[in-house]
Design a protein around this ligand. Structure first.
Ligand code: ZN
Length: 369
């Protein structure tokens, strides 16, 4: 993803919505299995099988599975896109799952540029911080889809990975110069959440997700992301549009209004520490509904979420007559490393460990081999 339009933000944005399983237990091996195509009927591959090279091999449901395809000149091609490592095609519930199997360092070369976007030399330390965060995420999520035969999706559901086509020299150098380095807390790889722009203060874990909050994912001040195009934003809607949006999404958090139940007004309360919305009271002609914490984020949705409304829950919402005016800050769930902040910190001379320790308090970098 391009940083301006989406980067990680998005990753995180949506990954955040579903909150992928965190295993926190690194496997000893360093091979990672990444789902490139999910539930398809056919796939075109190029590479080697046995000792023979195939430039355009069509794998259909009639093949015998699992089907393996090896690299030729260090690469395989899946539907015309080049990847390092090998390919394994599995048949699950009558559909094909196409999995790229490669070592984690090669995988990261195809992740870091997709997640942090363009990086200049003076921002190199931010690319290194992103490499460590992405490696940590991958390590901590290995085995999460073992029933389907892979570790990670190649999309915002986990981390965006586009193979060789996405690689850039500077980000590959950032991966190499931090090879094997992972962020740990109590010697366990952390849940390394990251996002585009925090808006001046990162969020607490509980602002975005359910579950017990890791101690290192607490809201911290960030004075570095003011140059982000998402630092300040605003949105104006009519009351009817605003209430219609809420009505259409209430079922996502388990609230079903009856046919004649109308939303009349709302009240908001925010977290004193993170400034994110903490509580939303919706008043209808029949009753009141209280929506709290991460459910508010699900209710409003993010721009990357179909039907989503807000870039973040760091918002101030007021009504003026028939209008609802939303003043917002940041983009993404706001938890963990702020990417625009990391880029600016690097430009100001901070090194990657300083950046990481700022956003993930109490952690340390450890090299896993
Ligand atoms: Zn920030």
């Amino acid at each position: 993803m391009k940083r301006i339009l989406s980067p990680v933000m998005i990753v995180i944005a949506i990954a955040g919505m579903s909150c992928m399983p965190y295993t926190g237990k690194p496997r000893r091996e360093t091979a990672v299995r990444v789902a490139i195509e999910c539930g398809v009927d056919q796939v075109r591959l190029s590479g080697t099988r046995g000792k023979k090279y195939y430039s355009d091999y069509l794998v259909t449901l009639n093949e015998s599975f699992p089907f393996h395809f090896g690299p030729n000149d260090g690469r395989v091609s899946i539907n015309g896109r080049d990847y390092r490592g090998s390919v394994e095609v599995r048949k699950v519930d009558g559909r094909l799952w196409v999995i790229n199997v490669l070592d984690i360092e090669s995988y990261l070369k195809g992740v870091v540029p997709c997640e942090i976007g363009g990086v200049s030399e003076r921002q190199f330390e931010a690319a290194k911080a992103q490499a460590v965060a992405a490696r940590t995420y991958a390590r901590a999520h290995m085995g999460q889809y073992s029933d389907l035969g892979f570790d990670l999706y190649s999309t915002v559901q986990d981390q965006v990975y586009k193979g060789i086509s996405c690689e850039r020299a500077i980000t590959s150098r950032a991966v190499a110069s931090t090879a094997g380095e992972v962020l740990v807390y109590n010697n366990v790889p952390i849940e390394a959440k990251y996002h585009s722009t925090c808006g001046g203060r990162t969020a607490d874990f509980g602002d975005a997700w359910a579950g017990s909050p890791p101690p290192y994912l607490r809201s911290v001040v960030c004075r570095y992301c003011e140059k982000s195009p998402h630092y300040h934003w605003h949105k104006v809607m009519t009351r009817n549009e605003f209430f219609a949006h809420l009505r259409s999404r209430l079922k996502k958090i388990g609230i079903c209004l009856t046919e004649h139940e109308l939303i009349h007004s709302f009240r908001l309360r925010r977290s004193e520490r993170s400034n994110r919305l903490k509580e939303l009271i919706l008043v209808t002609n029949k009753t009141e509904y209280k929506v709290a914490n991460y459910r508010i984020r699900t209710l409003f949705g993010e721009p990357t979420d179909p039907g989503g409304l807000l870039k973040s829950t760091y918002v101030y919402i007021r009504t003026e007559g028939d209008r609802v005016i939303i003043e917002g800050r940041g983009f993404g769930h706001g938890v963990g490393m702020c990417q625009f902040g990391a880029l600016e910190m690097a430009a100001q001379g901070k090194d990657y460990r300083y950046i990481l320790y700022h956003y993930y308090r109490g952690t340390r970098v450890k090299r896993f081999r």
